[in-house]
Each structure stands twice: as C-alpha cells, then as structure tokens.
Design a protein around this ligand. Structure first.
Ligand SMILES: NC(=O)c1ccc[n+]([C@@H]2O[C@H](COP(=O)([O-])OP(=O)(O)OC[C@H]3O[C@@H](n4cnc5c(N)ncnc54)[C@H](O)[C@@H]3O)[C@@H](O)[C@H]2O)c1
Length: 256
C-alpha cells in the first residue's frame, strides 16, 4: 500500500512511534526514525532492520527541540531514501515540573516538524505533496486536572493541525492530528507522578489502548486521502473515530 513512500517519525524509539514505524514498514514504506533516546532508538532500529530489511529503516539521534538537528535529520532522510512523503510528529513527554521543556517538545517541535514537512513536500515548492500527522491526545480536547500544561500543549497541537486543512489544496499536503486516550506506554508512568491518589487509583483500573491500536489509526490517516484537518480520536469505547466541533457546522462539514 505504501511502496515507494518515505516516512519520517519523531519519538520512534518506543511506544506509539515504534508501532507506527513497524506498521508503515509492514505496508511497504521506508522509515527514518528520530529519537533523543539513542540506546533504545538504535536497538529498536536494528530489530526492525532484522524484521524487514537493512535498507528500509534508519535511526538518527535527534532532540526535536534542537532546530538545527531536526533540519539536518529531514535532509538526511531525503538523501538516504530519495524523498519524503509522510511526517509523523509524535515525540512527546508528560512531565509537569518541566513545563517549558514540555511545551517545546509537545507543541513547538510539532510546529517546527510540520513547517519542515511542508518545506520538503509542498507542491508549490516543487515537491510531490504528502501527509503530516501530529500526535495530540484526548487531553487536547478536554482538561486534565493532573497535567494542565500537557493538556494545553495538546490543545495547541489540535488547533494548529485543524487550522492547516487548506494546505491540502494549496500545497498538496494533508495535515491531520490524532487524539488517543490512555495508551500502554512509558509516558504514562511520568504522567502518573502528577496525579493525586484518587486519580492514580482510577487510572490504574482503566483499560489502556495498545500502541498497536493507535498505530492503526495513524495508518488510516496516512492512507485515507479524503481527510485534511481532521481530528481522529482513538478510545477504548469507540475505537477509531473522528471528532467534530459541535456548533460549527461549516467546520464539521469541511473536516469529516
Ligand atoms: N501513552 C499515552 O497514554 C498517550 C495518550 C495520548 C497521546 N500520547 C502521545 O503519544 C506520543 C508518543 O508517546 P508514547 O505514549 O509512545 O510515549 P513513549 O514515552 O513511549 O514515547 C515517546 C518517545 O518520544 C521520545 N522523545 C521525548 N522527548 C524527545 C525529544 N526532545 N526529542 C526526540 N524524541 C523525544 C522519547 O524518547 C520516546 O521514545 C506523545 O506525543 C504522547 O504525548 C500518548
């Protein structure tokens, strides 16, 4: 389905980014994995090279908040794989005590990654067009009492991504975002440190999504060419679904 396509995935060492990488590879894409965690990133990449092919996946150590490194990683991806068609801005943290850093990773770097994606793929720049998926969260659609800055950063990702739906016409680039609820990955442990005992107990009893399920949603956004500016939700109750802003029929119609 994605043969000949090249994807760049941030935060690809583990969790949702790793499972999205695996699914993109399974569907024939080549994937450039970026992550600040060099040890886990290299080890995940070498497992994927054994599972798929040495020449289909590569890893670069990148802190997404370092603009020059992000710019260089986009260039390297294009040089190694001969193009760029899919950008998944996925790297994120949930540490309220490091709130400025969190906004830099969860929101500023997503904006930067989107801008770089547009620069490289835009048809008005001589590119072939493409798709950009920004990973937000259900916390980007509702408040999170234990993680207000995380929630703010993810609201930012949702608003930013929705606002770019016209790039589909002007630049041949579909920008969408995905809002998963609690998913069984490492980030949850950090998020739990900000919870009071009652919330912790409630969260421990919740059923968590698997990162594989979220990756399925990401693949749907990559392959469904009918949506731009759409906000996908992934929840235990409703599975993969789309969010529409109630009371704004024009936007709702344009989105889904
Ligand atoms: N797990 C959940 O419950 C959940 C729910 C909704 C949204 N999300 C979002 O999904 C995305 C992926 O998170 P996950 O659940 O897979 O967690 P995770 O902790 O397993 O993965 C996050 C990855 O991002 C990387 N990363 C962190 N800071 C980075 C930086 N500065 N530069 C480059 N890489 C960096 C980490 O090293 C890690 O590999 C995040 O944006 C997160 O906010 C997670």
């Amino acid at each position: 389905m994605l043969a000949g396509k090249v994807a760049l995935v941030t935060g690809a060492a583990q969790g949702i980014g790793l499972e999205a990488t695996r699914l993109l590879l399974r569907n024939g894409a080549k994937v450039s994995m970026l992550d600040v965690n060099e040890t886990i990133g290299k080890s995940s990449c070498s497992s994927l090279q054994k599972e798929f092919s040495l020449s289909d996946v590569m890893f670069t150590t990148v802190d997404v908040t370092r603009s020059e490194d992000l710019v260089a990683a986009f260039e390297r991806t294009k040089q190694m794989f001969g193009g760029l068609d899919i950008v998944l801005n996925n790297a994120g943290i949930c540490i309220e005590l490091k709130w400025k850093k969190m906004i830099d990773i969860n929101l500023v770097a997503v904006i930067e990654g989107t801008k770089l994606g547009v620069e490289h793929m835009s048809t008005s720049n001589g590119g072939k067009g493409g798709t950009i998926i920004n990973v937000a969260s259900m916390g980007g659609l509702m408040g999170m009492t234990f993680a207000p800055v995380y929630s703010a950063s993810k609201h930012g990702v949702v608003g930013f991504s929705r606002s770019l739906r016209e790039l589909a016409q002007s630049d041949g680039i579909r920008v969408n975002c995905i809002c998963p609820e609690f998913t069984d990955t490492a980030i949850v442990k950090d998020g739990m440190s900000g919870m009071n005992e009652e919330t912790k107990a409630r969260v421990k009893n919740l059923e968590f999504l698997t990162p594989e399920k979220v990756a399925e949603g990401i693949l749907e956004l990559v392959t469904d060419t009918t949506k731009a500016g759409a906000v996908m939700t992934v929840t235990i109750k409703s599975g993969i679904d789309y969010y529409s802003m109630l009371g704004d029929p024009k936007v709702t119609k344009a989105e889904v």
